[in-house]
Design a protein around this ligand. Structure first.
Ligand SMILES: [Zn+2]
Ligand SMILES: [Zn+2]
Length: 394
């Protein structure tokens, strides 16, 4: 039997080890660019497997290189390692030991699964027709760890021919995977607007310039960019996530600070929103005797899955899980910094369903009660390994 045909069985055998790694990492979550403990665990595992290991790539990133027994192409497999500033509400034996920090996006599972794939390939090295680059990146949650790793040469020496990543998804039950051909996840930018007014006694508003009222008008006006200026056929989101101003009920403050996020699928839509947020902020502030400072930060690009790579993943996962287990994923307004890697090399982001069959409702990522069905982990290991093999053999 070929390695591909044995993958499910091998992944099930090493499943308990993958679950143990996931629980270990889950208990000690670390924020972006602070993943010292996680990176050390990853590097130790990769060393033990006999891979060439580079640490400190793009901050706390780790890269393991496995040269197969036969010459061939190079495939990059990526996991992210960072956690979120959330206080875990679950009461499991492996709950977070760090108050205020939690692996609430499943990056603990991504890291453990990729270590599982490294184990599988290291134990069948002579059958691997090419090179596998295992990439464990820091700071996916807004820090752009992938971009830092690219700047640090993660795509060079040897050059990478294709890249695949995996993310858990909590909507559907374990046993399935999904991906989308072409643009699949949105671009993501952030903005901060400081409205400068003139504070004073709340009983004498005519002697002040109230930045809260200016902010209220601005928030309403920002809604009209998507509703009135962007084509209804184009996905676009502007969300004001915070408005901070004032200290008490009877004082008009000097300033107000708004922050928000901007999501899009097309460069012109993205550009329009950037330009119009600035124009509205400055224009409304000026019209109301205030002034506005706008700081707009361009973030992650649109994530585009290569159609050929998607076809290859579907073929590999079809053989592994059955063709009805691989479904087309809808386009979402979430963002992923794996998009930076897919800008440079063809590849795809695979979404692995992880909802436990016993859970009436999903337990979504980025919440304090997020969790996943651990029997999804061997499925993920086999799926990543099958994808890499399918590519190297193509
Ligand atoms: Zn996340
Ligand atoms: Zn994530």
């Amino acid at each position: 039997m070929s390695l591909l045909e044995n993958l499910r069985e091998i992944a099930e055998e090493i499943g308990p080890g993958v679950v143990a790694d996931r629980r270990d990492i889950h208990q000690y979550p670390e924020l972006g660019f602070s993943e010292q403990r996680t990176a050390a665990l990853v590097a130790a595992r990769l060393h033990d497997l006999g891979l060439d290991v580079r640490t400190g790539v793009g901050g706390t990133g780790v890269v393991g290189l496995l040269r197969g027994g036969k010459a061939g192409k190079t495939v990059l497999l990526r996991a992210d390692m960072d956690a979120l500033p959330i206080d875990e509400a679950n009461d499991t034996p492996y709950r977070s030991q760090f108050p205020g920090l939690m692996h609430a996006c499943g990056h603990d599972a991504h890291t453990a699964m990729l270590l599982g794939v490294a184990w599988v390939f290291a134990h069948s090295r002579e059958q691997i027709p090419g090179t596998v680059k295992f990439v464990f990146q820091p700071a996916e949650e807004g820090g752009g760890g992938a971009q830092r790793m690219i700047a640090d040469g993660v795509l060079d020496d040897p050059p990478v021919d294709a890249a695949f990543g995996m993310h858990v998804d909590t909507e559907r039950y374990v046993g399935q995977a999904a991906l989308r051909s072409g643009p699949a996840m949105a671009s993501s930018d952030r903005f901060t607007i400081i409205i400068h007014g003139k504070g004073g006694h709340a009983a004498s508003p005519h002697r002040t310039v109230d930045p809260i009222v200016v902010g209220a008008h601005l928030i309403t006006a920002l809604q009209t960019i998507v509703a009135r200026e962007i084509s209804p056929n184009e996905p676009a989101v502007i969300t004001v996530g915070s408005l901070l101003s004032g200290t008490t009920n009877n004082v008009i403050p000097d300033s107000a600070v708004l922050t928000g996020t901007v999501r899009a699928y097309h460069a012109d839509v993205r550009g329009t929103m950037q330009r119009r947020i600035g124009e509205l902020a400055r224009g409304i502030a000026r019209a109301m005797r205030a002034s506005a400072e706008v700081d707009y930060r361009v973030g992650y690009p649109v994530l585009v899955n290569d159609p050929q790579a998607v076809g290859l993943v579907k073929a590999a996962l079809g053989k592994l899980l059955g063709s009805d287990a691989v479904i087309d994923r809808e386009a979402v307004m979430g963002a992923e910094d794996f998009a930076f890697i897919l800008q440079k090399v063809p590849g795809a982001m695979i979404h692995l369903w992880v909802r436990d069959r016993a859970w009436e409702r999903p337990r979504p990522v980025h919440t304090a009660t997020f969790d996943l069905a651990e029997d999804a982990l061997p499925v993920g290991v086999a799926a990543m390994a099958a994808t890499a093999l399918e590519f190297l053999e193509s």
